[in-house]
Design a binder for this molecule. Structure first.
Ligand code: ADP
Length: 368
């Protein structure tokens, strides 16, 4: 077993109210994980349990093979060798940068402390600021010092709770990959809590998408974007619309966009009613395309336009075009389908509640 951190069936509660339900995940040494989900889904509660601030109601948290939390065990936070970085940077304002960094390693010899400060300031790209005070640094620089302070004792795990959400968007875009590089250089395992999928994509090796205290999917950014296994994950990650389709054979479906052949075998038998995920880049604008639809909405996205296009059967699909294809809402837009990776989920009938039903009738393909 080469797992560094292992959460097995962890359930957490505040009083009688269960907040996190049967969460299992593991990280290898040096891997960065992310808890991603909407506000209130239990990300911080789970992080706090890993840190030792909340006891486990059931299940276990182990690190380096040692049980840290279970219904019987709760190793105190200060004995877990876990570093933490939070949204409010919380550097000590009356201490110099060097004093802030050595806060957690006071027992080290002065030469070791001095060496570690130099090493960490180099690592976070701020050599020479050791005698300055926090107020003289920018928000992004202060967050890097907070990271250096958390890394100083060489923790076995670093926990980061929304550390970038107080920073402006431009700074976040550069700082997130920088922090990832720093963690990778140190070879440290880490968990980031965020509700921002781009932050998760830039930082994490593995992402847990959480909803209502449950991990819906645990996988790489590529997996959760291209192979979402629930409707929630597909809706939460990236842009897209679901449309109704019917499985025709092992590789193909039929829907309002016509007959579409995928590159991998379909897991449902022919005749199954499914919902198919359409991402904006699956639908291309094409003047003389075989299909068309009416533009019902339009967003300018800098380098491109994102349109919502209503097909003749009333279903709406997204479509991205280059910026010079400037069309108005209400215009007919020619489209073609560039889709070979099919994301299919069982269709659930809202009235009967039956999912994945099979029908004999073929859904007619619609071209305007
Ligand atoms: P997230 O980090 O995903 O936004 P949290 O873990 O902070 O979610 O909160 C999950 C749920 O637990 C929320 O409904 C929140 O109101 C509740 N909660 C958080 N902290 C406490 C607490 N100390 N006591 C009771 N309920 C709490």
């Amino acid at each position: 077993m080469n797992e560094h951190l292992n959460l097995s069936d962890v359930t957490l509660a505040y009083g009688q109210t269960e907040i996190v339900h049967n969460v299992s995940l593991s990280l290898k040494k040096g891997e960065i994980g992310c808890l991603l989900g909407p506000s209130g889904c239990g990300k911080s509660t789970l992080l706090r349990a890993i840190a030792g601030f909340e006891p486990a109601k059931s299940g276990s948290i182990t690190m380096k093979g040692l049980c840290l939390s279970s219904s019987e065990v709760n190793v105190p936070t200060e004995k877990r060798n876990i570093g933490m970085v939070f949204q409010d940077i919380a550097l000590f304002p009356h201490m110099t940068i060097a004093e802030n960094i050595i806060f957690g390693i006071k027992k080290w010899s002065s030469s070791e402390k001095k060496e570690r400060v130099q090493e960490l300031l180099q690592l976070v790209g701020l050599p020479g600021v050791e005698q300055r005070y926090p107020h003289s640094l920018s928000g992004g620089q202060q967050q890097r010092i907070a990271l250096a302070r958390a890394l100083a004792p060489k923790p076995d795990l670093l926990l980061m709770d929304e550390p970038f959400s107080g920073l402006d968007a431009n700074l976040r875009e550069t700082l997130v990959p920088e922090v990832r590089d720093i963690l990778k250089q140190e070879g440290i395992s880490a968990i980031l809590v965020t509700h921002d999928q781009m932050e998760a994509f830039s930082m994490a090796d593995k992402i847990a998408v959480m909803q209502d205290g449950v991990i819906q999917q645990w996988g790489t950014a590529f997996n959760i974007y291209h192979e979402p296994n629930t409707r929630f994950v597909a809706d939460f990650i990236g842009l897209g619309e679901f449309m109704r389709a019917r499985v025709l054979d092992e590789y193909s479906v039929e829907c309002a966009l016509g007959y579409i052949k995928g590159d991998e075998p379909i897991n449902y038998p022919p005749g199954t009613e499914v919902e198919m995920l359409i991402r904006p880049d699956d639908i291309q604008h094409s003047e003389d395309g075989p299909l068309s639809g009416v533009i019902v909405s339009k967003w300018f996205r800098g380098s491109h336009y994102l349109y919502q296009v209503k097909l003749v059967n009333g279903e709406v699909v997204p479509c991205i075009t280059a910026c010079h294809h400037d069309h108005d809402v209400g215009e007919l837009l020619g489209i073609s389908v560039q889709l070979d990776h099919l994301v299919l989920l069982p269709f659930c009938d809202a009235e009967s509640g039956v999912c994945g039903m099979q029908t004999a009738d073929v859904v007619p393909a619609q071209a305007v």
